[in-house]
Ligand binder design. Structure first.
Ligand code: ADP
Ligand code: X2W
Length: 296
């Protein structure tokens, strides 16, 4: 069926409007965090994979870091192991760590790799252990109401070795990274996927850090999406209890990333199909934007 005249004009307009963005972003790195909440619908998996394949085809360098919190929760429940979070971090004992590694390193990771292949791209799945991409250490922090809580094998990124990523890039593979890493102490660590994405974006001096989640962005108490905030304003929102749970590590790593040299960080609603492309290819963008110019 041929396009109607209006549709054809719109289609051509959208295509030509994207040209300056394609020219600007060719060769640039985009670290995209695909949150577990944004991947619950199989149709979203497909549209996400198509977007990433398109980015790669027009010369951008997308690097995927994925979460899988809800998917880990489902298996833990089936195994009758309780899930517990403290300030957005999963309390991770030895048994929980085994489940986290199985779900993130195997099922979720391979599902994303598969969907990229189904859409014509080439992807390689890896955890932080592969090629020793990531080295972890126990996450520091004063956890729990008394600040004394030990949250177990929860890690942070101690160092990054980008050799394996460069190898994949040379062969046009899209890296799909699960946020698990070994530590120098020989233990395996569960790292919040936002933290991994933020650190990778910093080290790679990425053009954008894109955090795809299940809300339109950072929201105030009335549900309005906030954008263009200073670090001081973000700190106040945390003190006021407006930013809680999984949004805490998300906003913190977005701020750290732009302080560390990433051009911009975006918190985007990944439950809207093609949200990532809209962010890249439109002037207004969508969601919550954080840039270094706004810090202070
Ligand atoms: N101020 C806020 N604005 C938006 N979301 C918030 C805020 N405070 C807490 N949240 C919660 O953070 C969640 C996103 O974090 P998380 O559940 O870890 O998602 P993901 O799996 O995408 O990383 C939202 O679904 C929301 O419930
Ligand atoms: C320490 C910690 O909390 N790790 C996360 C890792 C997965 C993740 O970050 O998944 P989402 O992005 O879907 O939330 C977890 O165990 O759930």
């Amino acid at each position: 069926m041929s396009l109607q005249r209006d549709d054809a004009e719109n289609f051509a307009r959208v295509l030509t409007e994207s040209l300056p963005y394609i020219q600007r972003f060719t060769g640039r790195t985009f670290v995209i965090k695909f949150g577990g909440n944004a991947m619950v619908d199989p149709a979203l998996h497909e549209s996400f994979a198509r977007d990433v394949v398109l980015m790669k085809l027009v010369g951008m360098n997308p690097i995927i870091v994925h979460g899988g919190g809800p998917q880990i929760g489902t298996l833990l429940k089936r195994l009758d192991i309780q899930s517990e979070f403290v300030d957005g971090m999963r309390v991770t004992d030895e048994h929980t760590m085994d489940v986290v590694e199985m779900v993130l390193g195997a099922s979720v990771n391979k599902e994303i790799v598969d969907s990229i292949h189904r859409n014509g791209g080439r992807a390689m799945g890896l955890t932080g252990k592969d090629g020793q991409l990531l080295l972890a250490r126990k996450l520091r922090g004063n956890w729990g109401s008394d600040g004394q809580r030990d949250i177990g094998q929860v890690g942070e990124v101690a160092s990054i070795d980008t050799d394996v990523l460069n190898l994949l890039l040379k062969s046009d593979y899209i890296p799909v990274i699960a946020p698990i890493a070994g530590g120098e102490d020989g233990r395996t660590y569960n790292i919040n996927a936002d933290l991994v994405a933020g650190k990778l974006a910093e080290v790679l001096k990425a053009e954008k850090l894109m955090l795809l989640t299940n809300v339109p962005g950072l929201m105030d108490a009335d549900g309005n999406t906030l954008t263009g905030l200073s670090t001081a304003q973000v700190d106040q929102l945390i003190l006021d209890g407006v930013i809680t749970g999984g949004m805490l590590p998300k906003i913190q790593c977005a701020l750290d990333a732009v302080k560390g040299g990433v051009v911009s960080a975006h918190i985007i609603d990944g439950t809207v199909a093609h949200a990532g492309l809209l962010e890249i290819f439109t002037d207004e963008g969508i969601g919550t934007l954080i840039t270094n110019k706004l810090n202070g």
